[in-house]
Design a protein around this ligand. Structure first.
Ligand code: UD1
Length: 433
């Protein structure tokens, strides 16, 4: 099993190119199930979750190929889904990636039946799929759960609904948006999630021939089509990857320019980092927009409170990374996790590195600045792993981050990108450390 070995205490200076958004790429890949025609998706991050989703699509009767782009941190997928007699997303794949549930809506809409393994719990909480299933049932699907699988079918086409999600859910909004694109009639989805990745999926569906109004708002109106066609689409930049590097510079000091990012998708983090004392500059680059972050060595950071909320609120996927930053800020920071029930597993590992913090239910209290010192820490989930890397970049001496397969699910070339800005970080095979 690979580990990352980090020699901390060195500022970061240089440029990092942001890859495509994993969380936009996954629903876009699932959307390829909506048409038999070829769908070409580019700017996909070269991460394990993308390869897993492609395997899921292949298991469902999709011809798929992946080609490397540029420096190898991005991929282009060419997909053509003829379908299969018995479309089934098996447990072995779904258990490694919960987002596999996103195939349910498109499969039902196009083939009238689907079998998808129940995703089950995960490290950050229970994460049920009731909101997905309730809406599909209202669209006419008959859903039965047995032997750990969701068995869904519908006679004829799914029917349009006027539906208000009881709770804001990114995945449920995406699943039902895709289902509605091939349903009979005009669907209205209210209390839809506003995350930029949903806008990207909606844009892809429009390019496939769907009629969607209200993109970027909480009410989506979708005129169902009898069929959709193929297209070429490049996914948006990964705001969470960009945010992770911004947090790395805020914590470890330095001066880094991020190329190809979308500052509007990161407004809550940018405001927070500016309030801590980091200098952030936005400008138009040759290759998309750029963000520059500066924190001089020795410059004090001010602690700030953070509450995670659905977009445009502060993203839960950056909570762990910001906690690592707050260990370096002067004063007390109160961090409230408003989305997931069990998302502080990085806190204990940060404490092992010397952070001064306490958690109670959904709240963490961080007192800084703490002198972090390197040790071996264990990654528990994707974003927790990123927080440990950030803390390792700050800590004096050597930090070893174990179980980095979590990181490989969502960060394309993390250690190479960090090496490019002067970090002393390397990947070592499990047996060699
Ligand atoms: C997506 C992101 C994930 C991010 C999360 C919140 C992807 C692939 N993953 O996950 O990185 O952390 O949004 O921004 O895009 N819920 C229910 N019932 C449901 C569905 C969700 O109760 O049927 C709850 C969840 O347990 C959670 C909250 O709603 O507490 C939000 O979850 P949701 O927005 O659905 O997250 P995901 O789509 O799973």
């Amino acid at each position: 099993m690979d580990r990352l070995v980090i020699q901390g205490g060195h500022p970061l200076r240089g440029r990092i190119r942001v890859s495509g958004a994993k969380n936009a790429a996954l629903p876009c890949l699932a959307a390829a199930l909506l048409t038999p025609e070829p769908v070409v998706l580019s700017n996909l991050p070269a991460v394990a979750d993308i390869r897993t989703m492609v395997k899921v699509l292949q298991a469902l009767g999709t011809e798929a190929s992946l080609a490397s782009e540029g420096e190898g941190f991005e991929l282009t997928a060419t997909l053509a889904c003829a379908g299969s007699e018995d479309p089934k997303a098996p447990y072995d794949l779904v258990k490694t990636m919960r987002a596999s549930i996103l195939v349910l809506g498109p499969l039902l809409a196009r083939f009238g039946k689907a079998t998808v393994s129940l995703p089950g719990g995960c490290a950050i909480g229970a994460r049920p799929v009731n909101l997905h299933l309730e809406a599909l049932e209202r669209m006419g699907a008959v859903i039965e759960i047995s032997h750990g699988y969701i068995h869904a079918s519908v006679k004829g086409r799914l029917k349009a609904i006027d539906h208000t999600f009881e709770k804001v859910s990114v995945g449920a909004t995406e699943n039902i948006l895709m289902a509605a694109a091939l349903a009979e009639g005009t669907t209205v989805l209210r209390n839809a999630a506003l995350e930029p990745e949903i806008g990207d999926l909606a844009q892809l569906l429009v390019e496939m021939g769907a009629q969607i109004e209200g993109i970027g708002t909480g009410t989506l109106t979708i005129v169902g089509a009898a069929r959709l066609h193929g297209c070429e689409h490049a996914v948006i930049a990964d705001r969470i990857e960009a945010g992770t590097y911004l947090c790395a510079v805020a914590a470890a000091c330095g001066d880094v320019v991020l190329d190809r990012c979308e500052p509007e998708h990161l407004r809550s983090l940018l405001d927070l980092l500016e309030r801590t004392g980091c200098v952030i500059t936005e400008r138009e680059g040759q290759d998309g927009r750029q963000l520059r972050i500066q924190r001089e060595c020795g410059q004090k950071l001010r602690s700030k409170d953070v509450t995670t909320l659905p977009f445009p609120g502060f993203p839960t996927d950056l909570q762990a990374q910001v906690m690592a930053v707050m260990t370096q800020a002067c004063g007390i920071s109160v961090i409230n996790e408003g989305i997931f029930e069990n998302r502080f597993q990085h806190a204990m590992e940060l404490e092992r590195l010397g952070a001064n913090l306490r958690t109670d239910g959904h709240t963490a209290i961080v007192a800084g600045p703490a002198d972090l010192t390197g040790c071996t820490v264990m990654a528990t989930d994707l974003r927790a792993s990123a927080a440990l890397v950030i803390a390792g970049l700050v800590a004096q001496g050597e930090t070893i981050v174990d179980r980095i397969y979590h990181l490989d699910r969502g960060y394309a070339g993390l250690e190479k990108k960090l090496q490019g800005v002067g970090a002393r970080i390397e990947r070592v095979g499990g047996g060699k450390v």
